[in-house]
Design a protein. Sequence first.
Length: 395
Amino acid sequence: MEIFFRTHRYLIEHTNVPLRRDIMDEIDWSDRLIGIKGTRGVGKTTLLLQYAKDNFAVDDRQCLYVNMNNFYFQGRGIADFAGEFYRKGGRVLLIDQVFKQPNWSKELRRCHDEYLGLKIVFTGSSVMRLKDENPELNGIVKSYNLRGFSFREFINLMTGNRFRSYSLDEIINDHERIVKTILPKVSPARFFKDYIHHGFYPFFQEHRNYSENLLKTMNMMTEVDILLIKQMELKYLTKVKKLFYLLAVDGPKSPNVSQLAADIETSRATVMNYIKYLADARLINMIYPVGEDFPKKPTKIMLHNSNLMYAIYPINTDEQIAMETFFVNSLWRDHKVNQSLRENFYTVDGTRQFRIINAANMAKVRLQPDMLYCRYNSEVGMGNQIPLWLFGFLY
C-alpha cells in the first residue's frame, strides 16, 4: 500500500492543470460510484488527479489514485485492495483504466455493496458500454463522458480568457451579439487553424511531436481499447487497422461495404461490426439520414475530429472536409446530426438545416430563409449566416 501512496503523492505534486474542464462542475461528486469515459488522450487521468488535488491535501490518506496498468493488480482484485484501503481509513479511491482488470464490473459492485463509506471514481474507454454490457452496475453507477478540447476551451487555454459555452439556440438566435462580446478580447481566426490541426487532444501541450503522439494514441485505441474490450482475437487487429485507414483516406462518403469486405478479407457483417467499434472508439463518426441508425449502412463516414485527418494524410487534407468534420464533432456531444440530401448539408435534431460553406462563396448562393449557413474563413455573421468557429463554443 505504501508504494501506491508514494506514487499518488508524486503524481499530485507534479500535476499542473492550466485549464479547469467544465465537466468538473457537471459531475455530482457526492455519488458513491462514478464512471468517466472518454477516448484516449482527452485527459481522464488528469481529471482524476485534479479532483484529488482540489479536495485533499497531498498527504491525506483518505484519497488514493491507482492505475490498473500496475502488474500488482494481476494478482489481486479491486475489491480486496479497496477493502484494505477502506479499513485503513481510505474513503475515496480513484481507479484509472478500470477495464484492464478482469471482472472489473463485478469487483466494483462488490465494493459498492460491502464498503458503504467508500467512494470510487473510475475511468474507462469510450468503447465501454457501462450499463448495457455490465448489468450489475445498473442503478448504482453515474456515467459521464469526457471529450477532447472544444475550440472554446482551446482559446481559453491559449489566451487566458474565460469565455463561457453557449447552447445551440443561443448561437442560432443571438450569434451577432455573442460575437461582439468575443472579438474585442480575441481574434478567433488567429487560433482556429491551429485548433483544427492540433487542438482537440490536450497532449498538444507536451513537448513532443503532436502527430507522432496522436498516431501512437490511435494505435492504442485499436490495439487496446477495441481489441481488449471487445475481446477480439489478435489476428483480426490488422483487419481493423486496415479498415480504419481505408475509411480515412476515402474521405467522407458512404462506405462500399462489399469492396471493404474484399479488401480486408472478411464478411460484410464483420465490416459493419468493425465500423461500429471504430465509432465507439471515437475514431470515426457515422452519419445517417433522419430516422435511420446502425446496423444500417451510414450515408457518410467521417473521421471523429479534424486532428485525425492531419495525422493520417497531412498532404491531402481538404479544407471543406476539415470544416464539416469540425461542425459534426462540435455538435456530436449534445445533438443528433444527420445527413441531408445534398453534400455539405446536414440536419440537426431532426428539423434544423445547416450548410457548411466558405464565406468567399456566399455571394454565389441564393439564400434560403429556412437554411442556416455556417460560414468559415469569416469571424462574423449576419441573420441566418453564422460564423462556423462559434459552434466550437457549444461546450
